[in-house]
Design a protein around this ligand. Structure first.
Ligand SMILES: Cc1cc2nc3c(=O)[nH]c(=O)nc-3n(C[C@H](O)[C@H](O)[C@H](O)COP(=O)(O)O)c2cc1C
Length: 137
């Protein structure tokens, strides 16, 4: 199964998840500045919540995605308060008719004095386990 990992992270929390997923499935985690170069079965896509929304870079990345190159997207995210970016990503992908797995990974990310140290080692372990389960099918 071919996989890719793309993420957008301002503070590094979502990047930590992306790198844990990359290690777990054996691919390099890249930012959303790197377009997909080849067709993949699973695209792990990471984002975070900023003022209740995902960053424009995530929107632009999805807008540029070639539906023929993506079997399905698996969402992962961090936020201080919101439960996930799933709904927003789902809407953007629906416009492109790209399938989104109903399973996702989300955990708290550090924000000023909130959730210090998050994601922590346990989050990264859970995230890696989640990614392995996804690719196992
Ligand atoms: C400018 C800014 C605005 C934010 N707004 C929200 C918000 O509206 N809701 C929320 O749950 N978290 C919010 N957060 C917290 C981030 O979602 C959280 O810190 C996340 O882990 C950041 O991911 P990153 O380190 O990968 O950039 C905000 C963070 C920043 C920096």
């Amino acid at each position: 199964m071919k996989t890719a990992v793309r993420y957008y992270s301002r503070g590094g929390s979502t990047r930590k998840l992306a790198e844990a997923i990359g290690r777990a499935v054996g691919v390099e985690a890249k930012t959303t500045d790197a377009p997909l170069s080849e067709k993949v079965d699973v695209l792990f896509l990471g984002s975070a919540v900023y003022a209740a929304g995902v960053d424009d870079k995530v929107k632009a990345f999805i807008k540029e995605l070639d539906p023929a190159k993506v079997g399905k997207v698996v969402n992962f995210s961090t936020a201080a308060l919101l439960p996930s970016t799933y709904g927003q990503v789902q809407k953007l992908l629906a416009e492109k008719k790209i399938p989104l797995d109903e399973k996702e990974f989300h955990c708290r990310g550090q924000f000023a004095f909130m959730h210090r140290g998050k994601p922590d080692a346990a989050d990264l372990e859970n995230c890696a386990r989640f990614a392995k389960e996804i690719v196992k099918g």
